[in-house]
Design a protein around this ligand. Structure first.
Ligand code: PLP
Length: 340
């Protein structure tokens, strides 16, 4: 169903998007000595997958406004060691796939899309996942479609899909459906050491019933998004930049940026909202600000000024198809009380 929805030949479901990214590194042949360009502003799973492969994540700053990977800076960071670029469709907003495809073709680098936030998004009439790259999705509990934990990898290449399937289950030549069928006993053989990254049928059953509703949910998210934009107009916060009119934004996260002159800091505001019973999130503290990456690669906040500012000044407001207008009024009422 996912392959049909995205419009690709192959899809393999796995235990998480992190698993899909980790397996992709293996399938793309990325290892020690290789570099992968990763946005500084992402969940650490993106960079961790590169680290686990023994390769070097080279962080790239965000473009102002959208927070997406700055593709001018990404292009400037390509070296002979650059094996891949890992764009992240942050918050559900698609990265410029025309530009990325040009970089892929011109420099011969591979593209692994981290589409954890972007199932259902489109770039100028084409689904995210259908651009001929490996693309990883997440069905973690906060995502637009959830199997509580889960992920998927889509590809046009049946050999890649077969290898991903094998690597996700110890490297066995036969999966459970083939081994435990009624057609008689079958031995499996290990053809390469794999991982334990399979999605269970119970998880898949949850996802199967959500996928047909995803487009309707994204449309509802878009309505709530527009309503937040209106309600927040007079408060000292900046609402997210408008979506590209020819693309579909998956509306996963509604991130506002607090005005540096506002009477509260972002962290005080987060705390204040929690005391009003309003759940918030920070997406994200840039990878360069985490001690492991900061210390291993000697990174300074000033090297990534846009990602650092977003890390310090943004917060995400509650957004899901089940958020009601009354819920939104509560959120905005609390923000108004705290900020004035
Ligand atoms: C941008 C991004 N990449 C990767 C992941 C990892 O997804 P999962 O939790 O399914 O492993 C997440 C999850 O939150 C994410 O937000």
């Amino acid at each position: 169903m996912l392959a049909d929805y995205v419009g690709v030949a192959e899809c393999r479901c796995v235990s998480s998007c992190t698993a899909a990214l980790t397996l992709s590194m293996r399938v793309l042949g990325i290892g020690p000595g290789d570099e992968v360009l990763v946005p500084a502003l992402t969940f650490v799973a993106s960079a961790n997958a590169v680290e686990h492969a023994g390769a070097t994540p080279v962080l790239v700053d965000s473009e102002p406004g959208s927070g997406l990977i700055d593709l001018d800076q990404a292009e400037a960071a390509i070296t002979p060691r650059t094996k891949a670029i890992m764009p992240v469709h942050l918050a559900g907003r698609p990265v410029d796939m025309d530009r990325l495809t040009r970089l892929r073709d011109e420099y011969g680098v591979q593209i692994l899309e981290d589409a954890a936030h972007a199932l259902g998004a489109q770039w100028r009439g084409r689904m995210i996942g259908a651009f001929g790259n490996l693309t990883a999705f997440s069905f973690y509990v906060t995502k637009n479609v959830t199997t509580i934990e889960g992920g998927a990898l889509v590809t046009q290449d049946p050999e890649v899909a077969a290898r991903v399937e094998r690597l996700a289950l110890h490297g066995l030549s036969l999966g459970a459906w083939q081994r435990f069928s009624d057609a008689g006993f079958k031995h499996y053989e290990v053809v390469e050491p794999g991982f334990k990254y399979n999605m269970t049928d119970v998880q898949a059953a949850l996802g199967l019933h959500q996928l047909p509703r995803l487009d309707e949910w994204i449309a509802r998210r878009a309505q709530l998004w527009a309503r937040y934009d209106d309600l927040l107009a007079d408060l000292p916060v900046h609402t997210p930049p408008p979506a590209d009119p020819n693309s579909i934004h998956a509306r996963h996260l509604y991130q506002v940026t607090i005005d540096p002159d506002a009477p509260l800091t972002r962290d005080q505001l987060l705390h204040g909202l929690i005391t009003h019973n309003i759940g918030t999130g920070v997406h994200y503290l840039g990878v360069h600000l985490h001690p492991f990456y900061r210390d291993k690669y000697g990174l300074e906040p000033s090297q990534f000024p846009v990602a650092t500012a977003i890390s310090e000044l943004t917060l995400s407001l509650p957004l899901s198809p089940k958020v009601s207008e009354a819920d939104q009024d509560d959120v905005v009422g609390a923000l108004a009380e705290l900020l004035t």
